[in-house]
Write a protein that binds this ligand. Sequence first.
Ligand SMILES: [Zn+2]
Length: 322
Amino acid sequence: MEILPGIFQFQLPMPFELRHVNVYLLRDGEGYTLIDTGLRTDESRAALHAGLQAAHVELRQIRRILITHIHPDHFGLARELRERTGAELVIHRLEVALMEPRYARAEDLVREVARWLEVNGVPAEERDFLQTASMAAREFVSVVSPDVLLEGAERLAVNGDDLVVVWTPGHSPGHCAFYWPARKLLFSGDHLLLKISPNIGLHPQSSADPLDDYLASLRRVAALAIDEVLPAHGPSFREPRERVSQILQHHQERLAALLRLAAAPQTGWELAAGLFPGLAQRGVFHQRLALQETLAHCQSLAQDGRLIKRMNADDRVQWAAA
Ligand SMILES: [Zn+2]
């Protein structure tokens, strides 16, 4: 539906706990620019086509597809849509580097993840399940090489205005938000959401200090003049600065909790169990996200000298309050 003049939002279904992803279609002269694509599932594809039809937009009118990041719910249908529309596909270059190992050579990544689980103290009997926790995601995506690579700060012409690329690493290394200064709108992707805080995880495909990247990206966005945030999940909202300070507060609390938990040296896995009570009863997907999230916070604290990160003789990493 057209939520603002020339801006359509389609809520596409997902078979996950998070039920929908929002994609946006911007009128651009005679053509259209699409931000994100939804999963490559029959249900999501059908919902997108129904939305386009209701908006009286034909596939061939989509001239450009902007991708916030390559997680399956944002990027899954990119290849198919590019083939069917002839649109130019635009992605940050750091996301492109993740695509091949993640979706085409996943076996190598699984081996890397297995090692990473071991290093971080996950017991052998749990490792098998955890290392394949995200293999299923591959079904929802196919790899495609983009036409235009972004770095951040580019101004893209949309309907006679500038749409500014805001590089917002953290949730993913090449995550981009798209800012429309003339209308004071921010398409925030997963970077800034109203009800949930995006997963920020340290893992083999993340940057080396994703939490600090994320916090810096949040401050970057808070400095923009924004009337309305149009996120990839959940409702649109105003007052982004208020939301930014809530999220900053949430991470501060988590950092403080970790410092308390790490009074004696512990592995990431042990700290995750302390930080997320009941974790052992959750599914493997949650367990892995919890471990990644815990490690991102540990890494930030260690970089600041507040935790000691010790590599033991068997390469196991332990963290302890400094
Ligand atoms: Zn995501």
